[in-house]
Design a protein around this ligand. Structure first.
Ligand code: HPA
Ligand code: ZN
Length: 346
């Protein structure tokens, strides 16, 4: 069907689900489903401060990023042992494979866990073992990006980097997450410079709730290669031009933006306008256990709300492979899979 429009609208959800794609913005702690949270709590002799799965799920109503982060951090308290991190990652990787994700770059943060006595080594080993098993068992490649928590100090980020260095070869990149407002990227300029000297790929959350100025400083002070979220860029024409010309990818998370009230409705999301402007936008799930959907749900709901078409589907999946941190031959192979899928879809 290669790019032949009009593609029948009623078959678009099927196209979106079956289409090969990459996911580049997903916090593994945000994939911890209530069922697994209760199971891990029981295994570790801990309790969850909700009577059951249903009442926990009902608590997932947020007015902003901070309200979400408070609940998200509370959920991480059940993660104690390497096997807990493995089980959480394996559950996500199975979901991703079912969504026809060929490659995923997984965010995690060690500071949350070291803050309650779990070592960086335990975290990284559990997650990495699941990623390695995914290649063999699910046919999906997965790599890990360690995010510093921006509400903590730069000195603490340096400490997190030091603690991760013995596991350097299990990580592809460094990112920046948590409470955005009041914590501009430049607060972490020195530790990102160190990570760059160590050959980590660099990304940062910017322009989710924060202003376009935070995207500028993620680019200029941190020298990141991708912007996570970045939806506020659309308020600054000069920034749009910079991002288009530099082909800087943006990892957009539509259902997250809806749940955290960055946009009042999905129909008001600016993803379609980003693509029209020529930005290298991608679709991602962010924290799927909390925001009401994994990757395919993000695609199908957003396409329905914005009236996007098959051409946009190809563009977004193409962008996701282009923006990934895989080596050139693997990237070419994923592009070929995508183009072959579109040529033969029926
Ligand atoms: N924004 C910032 N930090 C986060 C998020 C997010 O959406 N999810 C998990 N940590
Ligand atoms: Zn995020």
């Amino acid at each position: 069907m290669k790019f032949v429009e009009p593609f029948p609208a009623e078959r678009l959800p099927e196209l979106l689900r079956r289409m090969p794609k990459a996911e580049l913005h997903m916090h593994i702690e945000g994939s911890l489903e209530p069922e697994l949270m209760f199971a891990l709590a029981a295994r570790n002799g801990l309790s969850v401060p909700y009577p059951d799965v249903e009442s926990l799920r009902c608590a997932y109503v947020f007015n902003n990023l901070q309200e979400f982060l408070d609940i998200y951090h509370a959920g991480t308290l059940v993660l104690r042992n390497e096997q807990d991190f493995y089980d959480m990652a394996w559950a996500y990787l199975q979901r991703a494979a079912a969504d026809n994700v060929l490659h995923t770059e997984i965010f995690f943060d060690t500071q949350t866990h070291t803050g309650h006595g779990v070592s960086a080594e335990v975290v990284i080993n559990g997650l990495h073992r699941a990623c390695a098993d995914a290649k063999a068992g699910l046919g999906l490649s997965a790599s890990l990006i360690l995010c510093f928590l921006r509400h903590l100090s730069e000195a603490e980020a340096f400490e997190a980097l030091e603690q991760a260095l013995p596991q350097r070869d299990k990580l592809v990149g460094i990112g920046l997450a948590s409470s955005e407002l009041g914590h501009p990227p430049e607060k972490f300029a020195k530790v990102f410079a160190k990570a760059r000297a160590l050959d980590f790929r660099l990304v940062a959350h910017a322009g989710e709730e924060g202003p376009p100025a935070y995207i500028w400083s993620a680019l200029d002070a941190l020298k990141v290669e991708r912007i996570d979220h970045g939806v506020q860029a659309m308020r600054d024409p000069a920034l749009i031009q910079r991002l288009v010309q530099g082909k800087v990818p943006l990892t957009v998370c539509p259902l997250s933006n809806l749940k955290l009230r960055v946009f009042p409705t999905l129909a008001q999301h600016n993803l379609g306008r980003m693509l029209e402007a020529g930005l290298v936008a991608t679709v991602n799930s962010d924290d799927p256990a909390y925001f009401g959907g994994y990757l395919n749900e993000n695609y199908t709901q957003t396409f329905a709300a914005l009236g996007l078409a098959a051409q946009h589907a190809w563009q977004l999946a193409h962008n996701s492979f282009e923006a990934s941190f895989v080596e050139a031959s693997a990237k070419r192979a994923m592009h070929d899979r995508l183009d072959g899928f579109f040529e033969t879809f029926e």
